[in-house]
Write a protein that binds this ligand. Structure first.
Ligand code: ATP
Ligand code: MG
Length: 652
């Protein structure tokens, strides 16, 4: 059992002594990283193999009108060579990727670094044969199969820029992203099995390309063997083309600042942004955070359950782990198929040491009961991670007690597509944790809390306001694809000389950070500012409530009123009585000021495909202004919105 002190869970001495960083090491490294960033990142940049070593480390400006971010700018390297070739001599026969298929009946694959090398080289040569050159864009629309990783690494190997579109997105969303990056090739598969159902990916690609461009080629991986509509002049089967190419492909020499990939944000707050990441700084930071945050050691099996369509999959399924010579697990399926025990079955089967998932998955599995976890032997787990949303203490405690049996450290990692890697997170051997807090900054990261209206930095330890970052870190995004102005406007215009995260945060007396939600989600009720997350946490703690989302709406007397969408537990009927009960519950829990003014029963909540609640849509409905809902292309279930509009509470 982890010991607790003042409500904090402490790392054990044993864990700390074997870890890459205990508390003293973390503090010393952090101090040096902010006192002397050049020296610190100059040294740690050498964890990567460079073709031509850099002589310049950091050249970054957040100055208004001159937002310019460069790291290691005169160095050259290749990311695929760092993720594969440099491991061949020492660990060629070690498993690089464990692949667990959708159905537990099918065999898992163990792909060694040698095999990875041959597969990626062939893939790269096929792309070259299709006319892809350095700097060209390649869009991936792939299931979670090893070929998705091969495709990423093959692009990196030949200097092409990949842009992955989550395979759950519609043909329209795909088409917009293909057109947006002017891609030469789309890589897909015939079908994608997920949770026992098959999506016809190739059909979606055909539809998408029909609408946007008729000269884009398509490279197709055979996954299911199903019938597909074939475009004879433009489509290529990978298994056929791979027979005619060599399994050697020399890596292209890339500048540190050449783009590695484009990736669109989730679209929780607005139209998705085409985030551009470059080569050198990104891979240094992805590999370093992977090693330290998860305390990854040689021989460990690491599993990140994200999809490669999200940045988490980029940095912590593929690039970070492989740069570190790790064994990384890739899972094709979903947490609830064939039943809610699948995650834990896979952990037991492959003896997973570090497990990394999202609060939305934890909450869903929590609702199914502990028996699905208890069936399995999880004794190999050393670190548990979470990412994507604030994790409410209820879910944190369940993760800790039921999955970790009370003795596995949890790392709550706060970061963004834009940041490339973790910005705030505990290190498991160093940082005492508090449920719900992402704790302290990673090396080189200087978070600040600004007063929202004046933009002044708040210097007291305890503070609450807008979360910004004071100086650059190596994996920071460099620009919005072909729209540097949007980059400046989104991240640097509201608060001058800082990177604006869009999130609100509180810093407590111990200097620990708590993400309070998006800045837009802070509401002002009769002069009291509060994060909507707080009211949501309170509602969800009620035994009859399964999920809730809270937004503000204009209120004649209070300025803003509190509008709560509430999803009840299975089998619970809504009633006026229950409405009163919930109002009283929140009033007792937080105070009269937090009592919801309106409660709408919601059979479901609008979420992005990555499982995040789209509060901007809920805000519009609460304002009775649902004519212009903005970009809804990343919504998982559009029908949910119709129901909410039909039953809205605030009608003018
Ligand atoms: P968009 O930028 O298009 O609105 P998005 O912000 O949801 O979409 P992502 O980059 O996938 O796109 O998500 C990053 C955001 O997720 C963070 O800004 C933060 O709000 C939230 N987040 C991620 N990890 C955590 C965490 N550990 N704790 C709290 N919030 C988190
Ligand atoms: Mg965002």
């Amino acid at each position: 059992m982890l010991e607790t002190k003042n409500g904090m869970y402490l790392p054990t001495d044993d864990f700390a002594s074997k870890s890459h960083a205990d508390q003293a090491t973390y503090q010393a490294m952090y101090d040096s990283s902010v006192e002397d960033p050049e020296g610190f990142w100059g040294e740690h940049g050498r964890r990567i193999d460079w073709i031509k070593p850099y002589t310049k480390v950091k050249n970054t400006s957040f100055a208004p009108g001159n937002i310019d971010i460069r790291w290691y700018e005169d160095g050259t390297l290749n990311v695929a060579a760092n993720c594969i070739d440099r491991h061949l001599e020492t660990r060629g026969d070690q498993t690089a990727i464990i692949w667990e298929p959708d159905s537990p009946e099918d065999d898992a694959l163990h792909i060694t670094y040698k095999e990875l090398h041959a597969n990626v080289c062939k893939f790269a040569n096929v792309l070259k044969d299709m006319g892809v050159k350095k700097g060209d864009r390649v869009v991936l629309y792939m299931p979670m199969i090893p070929e998705a990783a091969y495709a990423m690494l093959a692009s990196a190997r030949i200097g092409a820029i990949h842009s992955i579109v989550f395979a759950g997105f519609s043909a329209d969303a795909l088409g917009a992203r293909v057109a947006g990056s002017n891609a030469k090739v789309v890589i897909t598969s015939d079908g994608a099995p997920r949770g026992g159902r098959v999506t016809n990916l190739k059909d979606n690609v055909n539809q998408a390309l029909n609408n946007v461009a008729d000269d884009v080629k398509c490279l197709v991986v055979r996954r299911t063997g199903q019938q597909v509509a074939w475009r004879h002049d433009l489509d290529v089967w990978l298994h056929e083309a791979a027979q005619n190419v060599s399994d050697d492909c020399p890596p292209e020499e890339m500048n540190a600042e050449d783009p590695l990939f484009i990736l669109y944000t989730s679209g929780s707050t607005g139209q998705p942004k085409g985030v551009v990441h470059t080569t050198g700084g990104y891979i240094v930071y992805a590999s370093m955070t992977h090693q330290y945050t998860f305390d990854y050691h040689d021989g460990d099996v690491f599993w990140c359950t994200a999809d490669v369509g999200w940045v988490t999959g980029h940095s912590y399924i593929v690039y970070g782990p492989l740069a570190n010579g790790a064994t990384t697990l890739m899972f094709e399926g979903v947490p609830t198929y064939p039943d809610a025990g699948r995650f834990w079955a896979v952990c037991e089967k492959h003896k997973v040491n570090q497990f990394y998932t999202a609060p939305t998955a934890i909450r869903a599995l929590m609702g199914k009961g502990p028996e699905f976890v208890e069936k399995y032997d999880l004794s190999d787990l050393k670190v548990l991670g979470t990412v994507g949303e604030p994790i409410n203490p209820e879910a944190w405690n369940w993760y800790h007690n039921v999955v970790g049996k009370g003795n596995v450290p949890i790392v709550d990692t706060w970061w963004q597509t834009e940041t490339g890697g973790h910005l705030m997170t505990p290190l498991p051997g160093a940082t005492p944790t508090k449920p719900g807090s992402c704790t302290l900054p990673f090396f080189g990261v200087q978070p600040v809390i600004l007063e929202p209206t004046t933009g002044e930095e708040i210097h007291t330890t305890a503070a609450e306001g807008v979360l910004c970052i004071k100086d650059s870190w190596p994996a920071q995004m460099r620009t919005v694809w072909e729209d540097h102005e949007r980059f400046e406007k989104t991240y640097f215009a509201d608060y001058k000389n800082y990177y604006f995260t869009g999130d609100g945060a509180r810093r407590d007396e111990d200097g620990y950070y708590w993400i309070t939600g998006r800045v837009d989600d802070v509401i002002n009720v009769s002069g009291h500012r509060m994060g909507t997350a707080e009211v949501e946490s309170s509602l969800v703690a009620h035994p009859k409530v399964a999920e809730s989302a809270v937004v503000g709406y204009p209120h004649a007397i209070k300025g803003q009123g509190i509008y709560a969408y509430v999803t009840l537990m299975n089998g619970v009927e809504p009633s006026e009585e229950l409405r009163k009960e919930l109002e009283t519950w929140v009033r007792k829990d937080i105070g009269p000021i937090a009592k919801p003014d309106l409660i709408q029963w919601a059979p479901g909540l609008p979420k992005t495909r990555s499982g995040k609640i789209m509060r901007r849509i809920l805000r519009k409905i609460a304002e009775d202004d649902f004519g212009a809902l903005g970009d809804t292309s990343t919504l998982a279930e559009p029908e949910v919105v119709e129901d909410l509009i039909a039953n809205r509470m605030n009608r003018h």
